[in-house]
Design a protein around this ligand. Structure first.
Ligand code: NAP
Length: 481
């Protein structure tokens, strides 16, 4: 299946932090792939900005190294022809006029803030002061969007001082994943699921985002943030919203985001005994790769794992718990949402047939796809014994090469910025509501001086997380690669 490519109009994209890790690993390769796919026209301009004194040629060399070496050389040259570099220090006043000279007044001009968050407000101010902001301006802000409610409010205010909300694109790259959007397609494009999507039929929902990597390379940032801020407040919260929200009247940015916001506002505060925090231990005998050794703080109390139970207090979900868990250095890299349905009300096959529940698993990564566990008769003579079998749909198998052609999250999100579609970006009030829910949890840990439970690297996390489920007569679905 070949996906349809609709070219965008020529645009100017300025990447602040154009020499940084994110720009080199994600943003520029994503732009290159969209260029090769024919979506970005040759007249587009991509301008890298950072403090380093580089020429256009230096910058193009730097980018060429990050691009897929198997690509056609003529494609690489054509892409690099769109690329410029302007050295600017966000704290200084020089360089802005030169940057302005590159920008066309008639085109969409997007400014991607791929720099440390403390520079976001200052960049917004300078764009305004140096006359670079106009009605066609869009700004793209990377995560983390604030460290807590207070800092997120300050950041929202700093951006709102110069830009309308319709010009601000807050990235949560999880929302750009094909399967995450498929969540909405599955829910609202099929008659099959929606009538069952409520507390009458759903026993509980599990959202798991498990990583095998540790914090190496991001030690200082991570130890300041922890799993609750780094993953739960944004990625897991967004998944929870998409699973729990009411159907919007139409697939329009504000209609979708209004419904997501209602979910966050309906979340009950989390009880302290409904949360488990963990911190991974060393995997190697030299003990140098445990969490505390890696961040260089032998007494760090930052969590690399969180499991929690929460409730969405509204008509649809009253009584159906949501269990969220995320952690680093776990047994497998796996992001999956499991919707666990209730048992049948009456067991007509007798107690020996056992009780079985349907589980709808939506795999976000790896091997994106959907599995529905259904109960059938075990084949063969000997009575009515029941077994669960998976109805499995891997998107890669079902869609063939089309699944890959769809592109990665950054490709989709950057093209949405250029097209002016904010559906997959977080609105200021969503971010604020999410911090409003997360802050008291973190404040509670700090007030109680809580220390995370240690867990073995390569495990499924601390045993207390299993206990969280067991207390409710439930269990986690396995973390499978
Ligand atoms: P990085 O590798 O440290 O790059 C920072 C970039 O900012 C460099 O290009 C640096 O170049 C430039 N810079 C620093 N100070 C500057 C200043 N005063 N004026 C202008 N440019 C300046 O950081 P990163 O990993 O790319 O992360 C960038 C942002 O994305 C951060 O907010 C991070 O939290 C977020 N993020 C990153 C990732 C990731 O995978 N890397 C994932 C999610 C979110 P010079 O030193 O030459 O100025």
């Amino acid at each position: 299946m070949v996906s349809r490519v609709i070219p965008v109009d020529p645009f100017d994209l300025v990447i602040f932090g154009g020499t940084g890790d994110l720009a080199k690993r994600k943003i520029l390769p994503a732009l290159f792939r969209r260029f090769c796919a024919g979506q970005i026209p040759r007249e587009a301009r991509i301008i890298g900005v950072a403090r380093s004194e580089l020429t256009d040629a230096d910058y193009r060399d730097l980018i060429a190294k990050t691009l897929d070496g198997t690509s056609d050389k003529s494609q690489i040259d054509a892409f690099l022809n769109c690329v410029r570099y302007v050295p600017i220090d966000a704290h200084r006043t020089d360089g802005w006029a030169r940057l302005n000279d590159f920008l066309s007044p008639e085109r969409v001009r997007a400014f991607y803030f791929s720099v440390a968050p403390h520079l976001f407000g200052e960049l917004a101010q300078r764009l305004h002061d140096h006359g670079l902001a106009n009605d066609l301006t869009r700004i793209v802000v990377e995560k983390p969007f604030g460290h807590d409610l207070e800092s997120a409010n300050a950041l929202n205010a700093a951006l709102a001082a110069h830009f309308d909300e319709s010009q601000i694109y807050r990235i949560d790259h999880y929302l750009g994943k094909e399967t995450v959007q498929n969540l909405m397609a599955v829910r609202f494009g099929n008659m099959l699921f929606e009538p069952l999507w409520n507390s009458q039929y759903v026993d509980h929902i599990q959202i798991t985002v498990a990583e095998t990597i540790g914090v190496a390379g991001r030690e200082a940032y991570y130890d300041y943030a922890g799993a609750m801020r780094d993953m739960v407040q944004n990625h897991l919260m967004q998944l929870l919203c998409l699973i729990a929200m009411e159907p919007p009247a139409k697939f329009d940015p504000d209609a979708v985001r209004d419904e997501k916001l209602k979910v966050i506002r309906a979340l009950d505060p989390v009880e302290p005994y409904h949360i488990v925090r963990g911190q991974y231990e060393a995997a190697n005998e030299d003990m140098q790769d445990g969490y505390r050794a890696q961040v260089g703080k032998p007494r760090s109390t930052t969590e690399s794992y969180v499991a929690l139970k929460c409730h969405v207090s509204n008509w649809r979900w009253a009584g159906t718990p949501f269990y969220l868990r995320t952690g680093k250095r776990l047994v497998a890299r796996s992001s999956v949402i499991n919707v666990v349905f209730k048992n049948t009300p009456h067991a007509i096959f007798g107690p020996e047939a056992g009780r079985h529940a349907n589980v709808l698993s939506i795999r976000l990564q790896p091997d994106e796809g959907i599995t529905l566990k259904v109960t059938i008769k075990e084949p063969g003579p000997g009575g009515m014994r029941l077994i669960d079998v998976p109805l499995d749909m891997s998107f890669a198998e079902a869609l063939g090469s089309g699944a890959n052609e769809a592109g990665d999250a950054y490709e989709r999100l950057i093209m949405d910025v250029i097209r002016g579609n904010q559906t997959l970006f977080m609105r200021g009030d969503e971010v604020k509501a999410a911090w409003g829910w997360t802050d008291p949890v973190i404040a509670g840990w700090q007030a109680r001086g809580e220390v995370p439970k240690p867990y073995a690297s390569g495990s499924i996390g601390p045993g207390d997380a299993d206990e969280l489920m067991r207390r409710d007569g439930r269990r986690w679905q396995g973390i499978k690669p």
